[in-house]
Design a protein around this ligand. Structure first.
Ligand SMILES: [Zn+2]
Length: 188
């Protein structure tokens, strides 16, 4: 596989085997992003706590990796940035730029990068301010009526979305495309 060092957008479009991301850890990028905030209950001690998440407007892009021909991890699979046509939530986030991390810590110091017990990988994860227990993203994003997976408009209205018109990229293992009731979440 050939790879150029300096490329233009046109070159990237012409050659789907070139990954134009300046950061090899990123698999989503966007000209703007949302910090989502809601209130949940600690699974460990039962106290109410703020919960944060990241969401992207429909102008974001995802890095689509064609790994059908690459079975060896050492072989870099072909990848290409694709425009999304809908908003999305991100979860199980392994990589965020420092500027985004600063924005998050201004909202809550309890959403921070931490080792996950299950896999050993480090993810951005909510923590209880009282007992310190990690609030796993799977419970918040993947279970119906999870804090960021509302199943009706009223539940969605409990989620606040604050938009930042700043460049964003992330490396996220979890990606929830076209979130239901996204339009019912409150813009603040
Ligand atoms: Zn707790």
């Amino acid at each position: 596989m050939t790879k150029t060092i300096t490329i233009t957008i046109a070159d990237a479009d012409a050659n789907p085997h070139v990954n134009p991301s300046p950061n090899p850890e990123a698999n989503v990028r966007s000209p703007a992003y949302f910090i989502a905030r809601t209130t949940g209950t600690c699974w460990n001690c039962g106290v109410d706590l703020p919960l944060l998440a990241l969401a992207l407007p429909d102008s974001h892009e995802t890095l689509e990796v064609d790994d059908s021909s690459a079975v060896e991890p050492a072989v870099e699979p072909a990848a290409d940035w694709q425009c999304a046509a809908s908003s999305a939530f991100l979860f199980n986030i392994e990589y965020l730029p420092e500027a985004v991390g600063r924005r998050l810590s201004e909202v809550s110091p309890h959403f921070r990068r931490d080792q996950s017990g299950a896999t050993g990988a480090a993810y951005w994860i909510n923590h209880c301010a009282r007992c310190g227990a990690a609030q796993g993203d799977d419970r918040l994003h993947c279970e119906p009526d999870g804090a960021f997976l509302p199943t009706n408009p009223a539940a969605a209205a409990a989620v606040e979305l604050k938009e930042f018109n700043e460049p964003f990229e992330a490396g996220a293992a979890g990606y929830a495309y076209e979130p239901e009731y996204f339009d019912f979440m409150r813009r603040v």
